[in-house]
Design a protein. Structure first.
Length: 1019
């Protein structure tokens, strides 16, 4: 916690100083720097000191400590502002930006990297692949852009030589979905010339020192920067930058970002071409200028996939269109040729850089974005631009860079100092005005139309005829003589730090800078002969061609004069400022503690100078007098109304302001707020944090409440719908039933009069509710049929029905189609010789045993357990079952009471075998004989039917089994029986009865158990 950071480390927020004076400010800054506390707040602004050493305050653990916390909950840190910007973006769907400013070497680029690292670490908790890949590209792009856009200067070993503004897009979830990088004015003059002790862009040294043997060979290079004019100056420069390892990192980053192999090769071919171009020399041969060594030109031609002759021609000649539309080739002077070559080298590098940025943008741009589907697309911008710089020799580039810093300072003043104060005034808050230096006057000096330096430069560039840098300086001296922030030797003749006709000085917000006007016009014109553009456009390398689309214009095609470099830069910076101004800004103000990159030295004068020009003291004053947070009453109420009983869900007070007052009173924050005309001002973030915490605790309860209400509403709605559905369904069902009856009525109208009682009439498909109904009518139909059966036929019908039920459809032939005559032995047609004998015996038995009816009588063949078969007659009456000897006038052999029978078994085949099971296991196994009535008569069904019917009616259960007719092959000790079927087993306890083609009936395996018998059968 900030409060927990002991006082020995100084004050963590400058607002807490006892007195706001420069001395106290500097004292606190120094103390904190010496104690290793490099960050200090001014409210939400972070003041960052460059530690010039690795600090143990970055990484995963620290990120976790800052994640989702309020600013004052932890010691000051970049992570805290990053989180504040992220929270504002996520909570309030506000676009935010983090502006990092400070002079060259103050630590802006490092800060921007930590900010990116933090944002990457706290987003995408779900590890979604597409979000991870966006984050990866955003992080990796840094490494590539630094290699191509940074260089060692005398002030910073890794100085950004271009401005970078990166927008990161977020979805409604707060996960990065893409981004966009804007780059500003690359200091391309560095490609061809560096000040003493400085280096060209890192990329050249990385290639020469880190490129493999084969790579360098294929690029016609040797690994020593001293061999190339463009890298010679920096070849010996000591730097903390490791070119070799960085080369590897860049190669892998290019790959990760998605550059193809051809694109990567092309990038290095262009770098090599630039290096070789620097080594091209010219000589004057009589009238004309020649290239000294053709070999280098050929290598350039090969690397750029162009024709060597064309390369030579572009270097030595320029094609111009005469007034009459004629095209002529004009030879260069040696000076022109050198100028052209350098302009070409610079342009090649600049376009390469621009192309790399646009290629990265094409990878990270937000794709398939649909605001309806994905919600508001919010943005966090991170600005890391070249810092204010003063060199011994300051040229056009420093002029542009310092102008850009003026603009950003102006934005800071506008947003933090000016706007803030004017808002207090507008809102009627009591306020004591604080003076601050407004650098608008310097901004105007540079950019004002007609009068500003850029206008004067442009005018000079447009003037036909020989206008030199000195003429331009003269013009500035005349026009700006009265300006308090402009001077030159001519205007201050006694100031010997400037030369006549060479220097002018601007009193910038951050200090006086003397610029040398030499080269200003050329750099502003940024002239490149059209011939080079055409040469590159006609390259066979598609990557190169893509970088030079303007090369397709013909010589005679009239082209508008392009905007000058300064105007282009001004426009881009104005656009940048507009972009920043519409976002909620967060500031990181970087301070460079000393000029010698020492981690311990605190150069008081240098630091105080920076504190002064950055306006930090004024910032503290405004902040101390001011309020950390302000919000329209309506919006404040909307956000916090649930924290007060008088305002939730809606207040009944006269105005929103009164309602807000009620909230504030309830929380006891009266002394920490001021009430403006339209807004509430809250002095300390703590009060706001308390409100936020309370809100966060209440939200789940509110959500539950709303869910409850909504679920109830949904359920009621669903119930209503269901009721309606059931009503409709009921009506429809009734209609369907009625319709079915109408249809049935129509079809069956006359069935009572038809012969089959409507059996042949087809039923309409019934609705589900009426499927049973069909069954009922079947019963009616059956009743109609049965009604007409004469009573004499009824026993037979009943027996047949009983047989049908008992056989369960498993026995196909059971004699249903014939008349069942029951008493076959008494039937003359069946037994013409013996029937009279039987009738007599039957009568005697009837008298003797007292039975009332014959259930069945017929001839049969009996099988005993010794495998012997004999003809017998069977008489079943309602009292007894008799076994008779047909050959001896039906002598009674066996008589069993009917009630000892417990079951009967038949087979599913056509045979006539039947087993009558008894309760005392004395089963009767027999095969019914067909008699003489009909040779194929089946009588098994009849016996089964008659017996089952009888037993059913006497309410005794008779078990019946139908055994599967099985095919088998079995061996006995007599011979092999190969024909059909076993039939019954287990019938006589332990006998298997086999019937085959050669032996009608055979009984075997007498002493086997039924299980073993089954075993045999299975064989
Ligand atoms: N937080 C830090 N921790 C350690 N070293 C740092 C830190 N910030 C800056 N430095 C050191 O300072 C050097 C310069 O920092 P950086 O490149 O960020 O400056 P800059 O403000 O971007 O300058 P320029 O305007 O020239 O681009 C870094 O190379 C690094 O050595
Ligand atoms: Mg930088």
């Amino acid at each position: 916690m900030a409060e927990l950071e002991g006082l020995e480390f100084g004050k963590s927020d400058f607002v807490l100083l006892d007195e706001v004076t420069m001395d106290q400010f500097m004292e606190n800054l120094k103390l904190r720097f010496q104690k290793g506390r490099i960050y200090t707040y001014i409210g939400e602004v972070v003041v960052s000191m460059n530690p010039y050493r690795q600090m143990d305050i970055f990484g995963k653990e620290t990120i976790e400590a800052y994640r989702g916390r309020e600013l004052y909950e932890n010691p000051p840190h970049l992570y805290a502002v990053s989180d504040a910007a992220y929270k504002a973006m996520k909570r309030r769907a506000k676009d935010t930006c983090i502006v990092i400013s400070g002079e060259s070497g103050a630590g802006k680029t490092e800060a921007s990297k930590y900010i990116m690292q933090y944002i990457a670490a706290i987003t995408n908790p779900g590890q979604r692949v597409e979000v991870e890949s966006v984050k990866n590209v955003l992080l990796k792009s840094n490494c590539v852009l630094e290699a191509f856009g940074n260089a060692k200067t005398n002030r910073n070993d890794n100085s950004s030589r271009f401005g970078k503004y990166m927008d990161i897009n977020f979805n409604f979830n707060g996960d990065p979905t893409g981004g966009h990088i804007n780059n500003y004015l690359l200091e391309k003059s560095r490609v061809v010339h560096q000040q003493q002790g400085e280096r060209n862009f890192h990329s050249f040294y990385q290639l020469l020192r880190g490129g493999s043997e084969e790579m360098l060979q294929s690029l016609h290079l040797q690994g020593d920067p001293a061999l190339y004019v463009f890298t010679r100056e920096g070849a010996g420069a000591a730097t903390s930058y490791n070119d070799r390892s960085n080369h590897k990192a860049v190669m892998s980053a290019l790959d990760v970002i998605g550059f193809s192999n051809q694109e990567i090769t092309s990038i290095y071919q262009i770098l090599a071409s630039i290096l070789l171009l620097g080594n091209v020399q010219f000589e004057v041969d009589g009238e004309s200028v020649q290239v000294v060594e053709d070999g280098v030109v050929n290598q350039i031609a090969e690397l750029t996939a162009t024709d060597p002759d064309c390369v030579v021609k572009s270097l030595l000649y320029r094609t111009v269109a005469t007034g009459g539309g004629e095209v002529i080739e004009k030879g260069h002077t040696e000076q022109d040729a050198c100028f052209g070559r350098e302009a070409f080298a610079k342009a090649l590098y600049e376009r390469l850089f621009g192309w790399i940025v646009s290629r990265i943008n094409s990878v990270i741009e937000v794709k398939n974005y649909n605001p309806v589907l994905h919600g508001k697309n919010t943005v966090i911008g991170v600005l890391d631009i070249y810092g204010f710089e003063i060199f011994d020799n300051n040229s056009f580039e420093q002029f542009c860079i310092n102008y850009c810093n003026e603009k950003l300072q102006q934005l800071f003043i506008e947003l933090i100092l000016q706007q803030e104060q004017s808002e207090y005034q507008r809102e009627g808050i009591t306020w004591q005005h604080i003076d601050y230096f407004n650098n608008q006057i310097i901004v105007d000096l540079v950019e004002q139309p007609h009068k500003g330096i850029i206008s004067i430069l442009d005018e000079a560039c447009l003037t036909v005829g020989k206008v030199t840098d000195t003429v331009c300086l003269e013009s500035m001296n005349t026009k700006l003589a009265q300006h308090p922030h402009y001077t030159s030797r001519k205007l201050s003749p006694t100031d010997k730090t400037m030369d006549f006709q060479k220097h002018f000085r601007i009193r910038h917000y951050a200090g006086d800078v003397t610029y040398s006007v030499e080269g200003f016009l050329d750099k502003n014109k940024d002239l490149l002969f059209q011939d080079f553009k055409r040469l590159m456009y006609n390259s066979a390398n598609p990557v190169l061609k893509e970088m030079w689309p303007d090369g397709q214009l013909g010589i005679t095609e009239v082209t508008k004069r392009p905007l000058t470099a300064a105007s282009l830069f001004k426009n881009s910076i104005v656009a940048l400022v507009d972009k920043l101004a519409c976002k909620e800004p967060y500031y990181v103000r970087c301070i460079k503690p000393n000029e010698v990159k020492s981690p311990v030295l605190f150069d008081d004068a240098r630091c105080q100078h920076q504190v002064a020009y950055l306006g930090l003291l004024e910032n503290v004053m405004v902040r101390r007098a001011g309020f950390a947070y302000r919000q329209l009453y309506s919006r404040f109420l909307q956000r916090y109304k649930m924290t007060c009983e008088y305002t939730w869900p809606n207040h009944l007070m006269a105005s929103d302001r009164d309602a807000v007052e009620a909230i504030i009173r309830q929380h006891g924050f009266q002394d920490d707020v001021a009430f403006g005309h339209t807004k509430l001002f809250v002095r300390t973030p703590r009060s706001l944090f308390t409100l936020e915490q309370e809100r966060a605790a209440l939200i789940p309860i509110l959500v539950l409440f709303l869910q409850k209400i909504w679920r109830g509403a949904l359920a009621r709605l669903r119930c209503k719908r269901m009721r309606a559905i059931y009503t409709i369904m009921g009506c429809y069902k009734r209609y369907k039933v009625k319709a079915h009856f109408w249809e049935v009525e129509g079809r069956f109208a006359n069935v009572r009069t038809t012969a089959d009682y409507g059996r042949s009439v087809e039923w309409p498909a019934p609705p589900a509710a009426l499927t049973q109904f069909h069954q009922i009518t079947l019963m009616w139909w059956a009743r109609q049929v049965v009604k007409n059966i004469p009573p004499s036929d009824m026993p037979e019908v009943r027996a047949k029905v009983a047989a049908l039920t008992a056989l369960q459809g498993e026995r196909k032939h059971w004699g249903v189609g014939r008349a069942w005559e029951r008493d076959y032995l008494a039937n003359v047609r069946n037994c013409p010789q013996t029937s009279s004998d039987f009738i007599r015996v039957s009568k005697e038995l009837k008298n003797k045993d007292g039975f009332t009816q014959v259930v069945f009588s017929g001839l049969c063949r009996k099988v005993n357990r010794f495998n012997k078969s004999t003809d017998r007659a069977l008489l079943i009456t309602d009292k007894f079952v008799y076994k008779l000897e047909p050959k001896k006038q039906y002598k009674i052999l066996k008589k069993l009471p009917l009630d000892v029978f417990t079951g009967l078994s038949t087979t599913s085949g056509v045979d006539q075998m039947l087993v009558l099971h008894t309760s005392n296991k004395d089963d009767i196994l027999l095969c019914l004989q067909r008699g003489e009535l009909c040779p194929n008569q089946d009588r098994v069904g009849e016996v089964v039917g008659a017996l089952v019917d009888y037993f059913t009616r006497s309410q005794t259960r008779l078990q019946h089994h139908i055994h599967k007719h099985t095919h088998l092959r079995t061996r006995t000790h007599h011979h092999t029986h190969t024909q059909t079927g076993v039939v019954l087993w287990g019938l006589l306890k332990s006998c298997v009865l086999i019937r085959c083609s050669c032996c009608t009936i055979r009984c075997c395996c007498c002493c086997l158990s039924s299980r073993s018998a089954a075993g045999i059968l299975k064989h």
